[in-house]
Design a binder for this molecule. Structure first.
Ligand SMILES: NC(=O)c1ccc[n+]([C@@H]2O[C@H](COP(=O)([O-])OP(=O)(O)OC[C@H]3O[C@@H](n4cnc5c(N)ncnc54)[C@H](OP(=O)(O)O)[C@@H]3O)[C@@H](O)[C@H]2O)c1
Length: 242
C-alpha cells in the first residue's frame, strides 16, 4: 500500500519514519518532501494531483487552512487520511468528493512506534495506524478534546522533563545524570501506572509515607496549581480549535 503525504512537515515526517516504508511526498517548495523521501525511501512528486493519482492512501499533512486550495488538486483520491486539526470529516468529504475519509489525530511519538492516534470515520486504516502505536476510536465531537490530551503530549512531556532536569541540576546532580534519572523515571512510572490500570492514587500512596518527603513535594506541586494548569491548558487547546 503506497501512502502519499501532502505536506512533508513535522507530522508527515514522524509518521513516515514510524511506518518506515517508501512513500510519496509533496511540499510547497521547501525541499522537505525530497529530504523525507531520501530518508525513508520513495519519491518527492512535483504536484499534488500526481500524488493523488499514484498513492493508495492520500495523507493530508498540510496545515488545516490550506484544505480549500489543495483539495481540488486531489480529485479522484479514493482513500484519504486527514490529520488536519479542527477540520471535520464532513468538510474533508465535501472538499474531496467520493473519497473514503478517516480523520486521525496522532502524536509525534508515532516516529518511535509508541504514538497514540485518535481516530473517527472510515475504519479501513485502523490496522495501518496500529503499526505506529495505539489507536483509540472516539466520536468526532471529542477529537479536539483528544488533541488537547494526546496530540500535544510530546510537547507537554518535553516541557515537564526539562523543568524536572533543571530542578535536579539545581540540587547539584550533573546534567547528564539528571537527564538519565528523569527519562528512566518517566518511562518507569508510565509502565507502572499502565500495569496497575491507571490506579494513580494507589501508585501515589505507595510512594507517599505519611508526613514524609514525597508528601512535601506533592503539596508544593498542588499549591503551585498543577491540576488547574492542566485543566486550563486543555481548555486553551480546545478553544483554539473552534
Ligand atoms: N505537529 C503535530 O504534532 C501534529 C499532531 C497532530 C496533527 N497535526 C496536523 O498535521 C498537519 C501538519 O502539521 P505539521 O506540524 O506537520 O505542519 P508543518 O511542519 O508546518 O508542515 C506542513 C507541510 O505542508 C506543506 N504544504 C504547504 N502547502 C502545501 C501545498 N500546497 N502542497 C503540498 N504541501 C504543502 C508544507 O510545505 P513546505 O515544507 O514547503 O513548507 C509543509 O511540508 C496539520 O494539519 C496539523 O493539524 C500535527
Amino acid at each position: 500500500m503506497t501512502l502519499g503525504y501532502v505536506g512533508a512537515g513535522n507530522m508527515a515526517r514522524a509518521l513516515a519514519i514510524g511506518f518506515g516504508e517508501p512513500a510519496l511526498f509533496s511540499d510547497s517548495g521547501s525541499g522537505r518532501a525530497a529530504a523525507l523521501a531520501e530518508l525513508v525511501g520513495g519519491e518527492a512528486v512535483a504536484t499534488n494531483s500526481e500524488l493523488a493519482k499514484r498513492a493508495d492512501v492520500v495523507v493530508l499533512a498540510h496545515k488545516p487552512a490550506q484544505l480549500a486550495t489543495i483539495a481540488p488538486e486531489l480529485s479522484g483520491a479514493e482513500v484519504v487520511l486527514s490529520l488536519l486539526g479542527g477540520v471535520t470529516l464532513e468538510q474533508v468529504a465535501a472538499a474531496i468528493p467520493g473519497a473514503s475519509v478517516t480523520r486521525a489525530m496522532p502524536n509525534t511519538a508515532v516516529a518511535v512506534r509508541k504514538g497514540v492516534t485518535c481516530v473517527c470515520g472510515a475504519e479501513e486504516l485502523d490496522a495501518l495506524l496500529e503499526a505506529v502505536g495505539r489507536v483509540v476510536r472516539l466520536p468526532e465531537r471529542l477529537i479536539d478534546a483528544a488533541t488537547a490530551v494526546s496530540g500535544v503530549a510530546p510537547a507537554y512531556v518535553a516541557l515537564i522533563a526539562e523543568a524536572w532536569v533543571d530542578a535536579a541540576v539545581g540540587q547539584g546532580i550533573p546534567a547528564a545524570q539528571a537527564a538519565e534519572l528523569v527519562s528512566a523515571s518517566l518511562s518507569g512510572a508510565a509502565a507502572l501506572l499502565e500495569e496497575r490500570g491507571m490506579d494513580t492514587l494507589g501508585v501515589r500512596r505507595e510512594v507517599t509515607s505519611p508526613g514524609g518527603m514525597t508528601a512535601r513535594g506533592l503539596r508544593v506541586l498542588e499549591r503551585a496549581g498543577l491540576r488547574s494548569a492542566f485543566s486550563d491548558a486543555a481548555a486553551a487547546v480546545v478553544g483554539s480549535a473552534k
